[in-house]
Design a protein around this ligand. Structure first.
Ligand code: GCO
Ligand code: MG
Length: 436
């Protein structure tokens, strides 16, 4: 801390100009801001901030299928605002970008802010020599229960996929199924893929147009309970089973489905209905006691206000990446803790290893952790992002490397060029556009 800064401290608050506030980083400033785009089996956008002391921090800014919008937001509108700022003032920088933009919320803005927030947490961790979870209050558990994605077209493939997950150490499994009479369903490995074939890297998702899938809610609602009956009978009462409804039902249908799944004791039913209308969940709650998880497409605490205060959900599904970073998701979780609502942070492979590491640090520190989604990234992805988190006996741990514990390999990253890829679209059998 310089003498001049002490002098500023004694000045009347109103007389201090912005930037004169006492710096915790002893004069260190943000010197360089880079936006890195790579495509090691899928596209990722990463923010790298370098301080005048040469310390770097990483943030995930990936919005699947709309990646370049965040690249432009960061490169054209945010990078130069950060240069010269104090890297230690994380909350102030968050408010500067959120309030300063005037155009609040939304996935692009909130992912850009999230990337800055993560990178600054990474830097503070590295400078203090602490893993980020220590800056958040320290560990409140030994490790984080994780769930993986099992799926299949028919019951034998689903069983095989669940078995493979158990062999990999998972202690909780999400189960997605094809629906008789329908073609490819999102979240299910393509028919013909053996066992735990993965849907997230399928080549059909690449190119300049989304693939079109077909949907029939009644057929799905009839079929799903038969799958869970079979899976529960095969794997016994203990294994936590999860399912993602991917916003495809009305509140009434969601309530009916929840009720028909109750005998199979699901850990949660996710995104049973689109939740832009938060009050719609009152109807679901009135019909079923099925635990509910919502929020992977939310990006601010306001999206949860009714859901949390009326206890209409059990799990917060947000990603650190899409919800304004560690700083904002921590606020959501503290708010949720007042209502005994727990975390189930989003962690599919479109969250980069940087975003995943951020979720693990936050999950380890908060008291109301519930479960963490975890799909292992491809070897190509892990050659670009060197991680220090671990997955042992079904439990994730962020590791004790200072900061977030992820390093970005520029040379490896440059070898994978961006190429457009889209999430699918979905139509009802009569051609009407539907949620997928
Ligand atoms: C999940 C999600 C994902 C999303 C994907 C979109 O629960 O993991 O629903 O599979 O669809 O993140 O980019
Ligand atoms: Mg989901």
């Amino acid at each position: 801390m310089t003498t001049d800064q002490h002098a500023d401290e004694s000045a009347p608050v109103g007389a201090r100009a912005q930037g004169d506030l006492v710096s915790s980083a002893a004069g260190t400033t943000i010197e360089r801001v880079e936006v890195l785009v790579t495509n090691p089996t899928r596209n990722f956008v990463t923010l790298r901030i370098t301080t005048s002391d040469g310390v770097t921090g990483l943030g995930d800014a990936t919005v699947n299928g709309r990646e370049l919008a965040v690249v432009s937001y960061l490169r054209d509108h945010v990078a130069h605002l950060l240069e010269g700022r104090d890297p230690w003032r994380i909350e102030d920088t968050w408010q500067y970008l959120y309030r300063g933009a005037y155009w609040r919320r939304g996935p692009i803005t909130m992912s850009a802010i999230a990337a800055v927030d993560m990178a600054l947490c990474d830097i503070k961790g590295k400078v203090t020599g602490q893993p980020v979870y220590q800056l958040l209050g320290g560990a409140t558990r030994a490790g984080l229960l994780a769930y993986g994605h099992a799926s299949g077209a028919e019951i034998p493939q689903i069983f095989e996929s669940v078995h493979e997950h158990l062999e990999e150490g998972y202690r909780a499994v999400r189960v997605q199924t094809a629906v008789p009479g329908l073609g490819q369903v999102y979240g299910v490995a393509a028919a013909g893929a053996s066992g735990a074939g993965r849907y997230d890297y399928e080549p059909a998702r690449r190119g300049l147009r989304p693939t079109e899938e077909q949907w029939d809610t009644r057929a799905y609602m009839r079929h799903l309970p038969t799958v869970f009956e079979a899976v529960r009978a095969e794997f016994g009462p203990e294994l936590p089973l999860l399912h993602d409804g991917h916003h495809r039902m009305t509140p009434n249908q969601a309530g009916q489905l929840g009720r028909s799944l109750e005998p199979y004791d699901l850990f949660w039913l996710e995104d049973c209905t689109p939740a832009e209308n938060q009050e719609g969940l009152r109807r679901v709650r009135a019909l079923t006691s099925q635990p509910l998880a919502i929020g992977e497409i939310f990006n601010s605490i306001w999206d949860y206000q009714t859901l949390i205060t009326e206890q209409l959900i059990d799990y917060v599904r947000s990603a650190v990446t899409h919800t304004g970073g560690i700083t904002h998701l921590k606020k959501i979780m503290d708010f949720a803790s007042l209502y005994q609502i727990r975390s189930g942070f989003h962690g599919p492979t479109d969250i980069s290893p940087v975003g995943q590491a951020a979720a693990l640090h936050l999950g380890l520190a908060i008291h109301n952790f519930g479960i963490q989604e975890y799909m292992r990234h491809s070897d190509e992805t892990l050659s670009v992002f060197r991680t220090s988190y671990t997955f042992t006996d079904g439990l994730l741990h962020p590791g004790d490397t200072p900061g977030l514990g992820v390093e970005y390999d520029d040379e490896a990253g440059a070898a994978f060029e961006y190429s457009p890829a889209y999430l699918p679209v979905n139509r009802l059998t009569d051609g009407t556009m539907h949620d997928w």
